[in-house]
Design a protein around this ligand. Sequence first.
Ligand code: ADP
Ligand code: ADP
Ligand code: MG
Length: 450
Amino acid sequence: MFKKILIANRGEIAVRIIRACNEMNILTVAIYAQGDESSLHVQLADEIICVGPRDVQQSYLNKTAILSAAIATGAEAIHPGFGFLSENAEFAARCVECGINFIGPKAEMITQMGDKAMARQLAIKAKVPVIFGSLGMLKSVEDAKRTAKKIKYPILIKAVSGGGGKGMRVVEREEELEMAYKTAQFEAQTSFGDASLYMEKYILRPKHIEFQILADKHGNVVHLGERDCSIQRRNQKVVEESPSVFLSEKLRQQMGDAAIRLAKNVEYEGVGTIEYLVEESGLFYFIEMNTRIQVEHPVTEMVTGIDLVKEQIKVAMGQKLTYRQKDIQLTGHAIECRINAEDPFNNFRPSPGPVEVLFFPGGHGVRIDSALYQGCSVSPTYDSMVAKIIVHGKTREEAISKMRRCLEECIITPIKTNIDFQYEIINNEDYISGTFDTSFIPTHFKKLNN
Ligand code: ADP
Ligand code: ADP
Ligand code: MG
């Protein structure tokens, strides 16, 4: 049993992890950057340690400082949360070298899956369908042109190390390819420190449906159902729900089986997510695997009743799963809205600053994951996601009504947030009827400069 865990993150996910540890009687160490000492995760942890100045490279991404903090405080394990070092293979390897348990899969797994072109190959090997695209990474503009001819336009150029919806370019015809290739290369290099690209056929109006996986170190793997994350802005998720209204029991089983097959094939350990794009016809394709806890994990927790962070910690300690696939039942319907400190009416510009009045909704079937408190200040240095509102209802209709009511009650001022934008989505007819795909926000909110 771990006695002490260091949380290498901040914000709501750090708070989420501290809460799980607390309930498991595990002591917590919070790390923080200078200027971030009043953050909630720092106030809730048992021990705190400053790991560097405000600049994230020198603090939340500073591997040496974080490892030193773990050693100095006697933490046996590090939970990386999401973002930051959560998908950094070098960090995972260095934890092991320091005798510290990295709560996540082995470094080699992060390397394999973090390379999205390689992940496609692994999926093919596991007989999981992938989108028609390049075999491995593109070698040159010429190579890209040849590949695009085979795939047929429109195509999508993607960063091999991409994430957060960044580094993608849709190309409609050959004349545009060279320019798109070069800008994508530049963006990939500056965002991910890796300019490598690959290519996929651009699928028109797909749904994004992903499966949550939980695997122990003894070869047992279960999936915890799906999440529909089709409501996206700039390829980044905005609203997520479980289950997906689109999936028949048969398709759910096929996609779940495929996800388990891939996880078993690569001998995956820990929590992970297999992301798919699904066409109207029901054809589905693997797009990537995220080797960490995800932002939207609470919707799965609401419908399965399983605490994913606790399970993640237990499997990291070497415990066997206590569930078999048949024990996993999805009950009711859960929806999550990501609340960001940003101004939808000013091109979604981040809106940091002090929070003078804060009121979070409550009531039956409502969960708030946030690091906000009245009087806190939202820093411009970090991600603008400040809260997640998650609701659980008996039916999708009930969950939607609950979310509508929650968004009406919620007050976060005077900073600007996307609460009203979320309200528009939840009240939209196509959202309510369940007839939506990844083109939902771009087509319904054209005026907002998506
Ligand atoms: P998913 O988990 O569904 O893949 P994202 O790719 O949106 O969703 O999640 C990772 C994102 O979360 C990153 O793009 C990053 O900007 C953001 N992020 C990372 N760390 C934090 C944090 N501590 N608090 C809030 N947001 C964060
Ligand atoms: P990231 O690593 O940034 O999360 P993903 O590969 O998971 O990137 O893709 C993010 C989103 O981009 C998808 O959910 C989908 O909306 C869109 N997308 C990705 N690949 C394709 C594709 N081949 N065709 C159409 N849309 C795509
Ligand atoms: Mg993704």
